[in-house]
Design a protein around this ligand. Structure first.
Ligand code: AMP
Ligand code: ZN
Length: 114
């Protein structure tokens, strides 16, 4: 999609610090990290919000969560714990309208989130 920040990062038009790449997903470091580990797991295909998912995307979203778990493991956070978050629409803080799963770890993570 022409005017999408994450489509541009995936296309290499804007730099990103890639932590993972495969045929359907990438993971990049968040530019404004909210925890010592803050990665964004992003599908290569543009999907604006979770509201736009179809049943055909079930495996993709499962792969996003499993990739987050694998990246958490790579960084040593499997046992202690980590958080994965999708923000959907502005009321929940979504600012980039291309779905992405936040992976946060490395500090105390309060509940409920703000
Ligand atoms: P959200 O607010 O859930 O839509 O998350 C968007 C995230 O993208 C925020 O945590 C931003 O810090 C992050 N972000 C914005 N621009 C960039 C960028 N150029 N590279 C990496 N992360 C970014
Ligand atoms: Zn996009």
């Amino acid at each position: 999609m022409a005017d999408c920040l994450f489509c541009k990062i995936i296309a290499g038009e804007i730099p990103g610090k890639f932590a993972h790449q495969d045929d359907q997903l990438v993971a990049i470091a968040d530019i404004n990290p909210q925890a010592p580990l803050h990665l964004l797991i992003i599908p290569r295909r543009h999907i604006a919000t979770l509201n736009d998912l179809t049943p055909g995307d079930d495996a993709l979203v499962g792969a996003m969560q499993r990739t987050a778990a694998a990246l958490a493991a790579q960084h040593g956070y499997s046992e202690h714990g980590y958080r994965t978050v999708f923000n959907t629409n502005r009321g929940a803080g979504q600012t980039v309208f291309h779905i992405h799963l936040h992976l946060l770890a490395g500090r105390g993570l309060g509940w409920p989130p703000g």
